[in-house]
Design a protein around this ligand. Sequence first.
Ligand code: HEM
Length: 462
Amino acid sequence: MTTTPAPAGSGLKTVRGDTTNMVLNTLLFRRNLLGECERLRREFGEVAAANYVGKRVVMAQGPEAFETVLMNRDRAFANGPAWGYFIGAFFNRGVMLLDGQEHLDHRRVMQLAFGRTALQSYLAAMQASIARQIANWAAAPDFPIQRRLKQLTLDTALDVFVGVSLSPGEARKVNTAFVDTVHATTTLIRAKTPLSPVPITAWDRGLAGRKLLEKFFRSHIPAKRRDGGDDIFARLCTVADDDGAAFTDDDVVNHMIFLLMAAHDTTTTTLSSMAYFLAKNPDWQQRARAEALAGPHAPTMAELDQFDVLDRCMKESLRMCAPVNGLIRYAVKDTRILGYHIPKDTFLILPTYANHLRSDVWPDPMRFDPDRYLPERREDKVHRMAWAPFGGGVHKCIGMYFGGMEAKTVFLELLRNFEWSVPPDYIWPLDLSALPVVRDGLPVSLVTRVRSDVGQASEVTA
Ligand code: HEM
């Protein structure tokens, strides 16, 4: 099966692939993402046509293809029409869905809310919020750690992103609206129920959730603009660049809703995979704990960087389970990738998850081996896009340091207070049909450690 033939005399190759059966192909990807990506490479090459996520797409694999698309030197690849297809109804005008000059203008202003001074204040708020929440965790033989981490990131976001004091009832309403909005993006029935005054489907609930969030943020903008504050919301309301460019009320609402979404599932997946790989590799859990106990209790940003074992465990978890398992782009003009002709209006998938597990890029890729990032090995440096959990180019994750800070803060707290394990034969059931989700909530045996504030030794209680 071929797609649009390469123009005669262009010297370009025509993309070939397997697009015979939409339902079957989509199912095969759902069942065995790695196997299907490998089959496409073997049969058709790094750039191949496929049916994926219910759409005809071109799958562009490997670090070289990633670099061409993400660096986007001839401005052929757009985000808006690609991400808009999946999440546009709920996250319209989020910065990731903007393109060209408009994207750069918004990103420049948003970046001011993610500078070093801002990050340091988020870190302090995050440490207090996370310590308070984890203090309520109790040892259990089947502790669903993924679900609890998801709740933890949601509650931390209310403190650090939103910074509005809410009653438990109000907080629940905002949380539910947010969860409904995110959930709606992956639902199969993708239309509003006609004429119904009450939300029936997940899509309806998503639209209602979005409306509630819009109203919520808009109502707090005047106070945030007047009083400022150390949370992300206050910063978006008050930042302005050197030319005086600032966000309008609509911008603040759209960016806040998008930022919450961009941070939530990605951070939850990062935390869940760290929990999983450290449970599967108790020697690494122990090394990370020894480091956590020896280091400062409420580290500054600079001190946080010195938790080297924890940093490498996080990097390796992000490699083995990329929280954004694939990037998408839309070709807005005829272009090329690795010598293949890509016609205008092609929908592209860049499978980060599969890239991170390729044996021709990573030695022994299925092995959890944080030492691969040691200065003498630096296996991630084989190509600038070999390790790309945060993407690359102008849309590279703006919350990369924020997310890393949150993950390390959570794990310093967990390592000091608990030990956790899974049975030796346990393999997490990972659903990769949308963003990665652990189907069983990741039950671990969670055991409380008796705190001894000196040195590394401390006991464990059942
Ligand atoms: C910790 C785990 C995280 C991972 C793995 C991750 C991953 C990514 C990836 C791959 C992209 C690029 C998407 C593309 O090119 O199409 C991205 C963009 C983005 N992320 Fe993250 N993210 C994480 C956390 C966060 C956090 C905590 C925030 C906010 C505080 C955030 C905010 C954003 C924003 C605003 C964008 C869009 C940037 C733009 O288009 O200019 N992310 N993220």
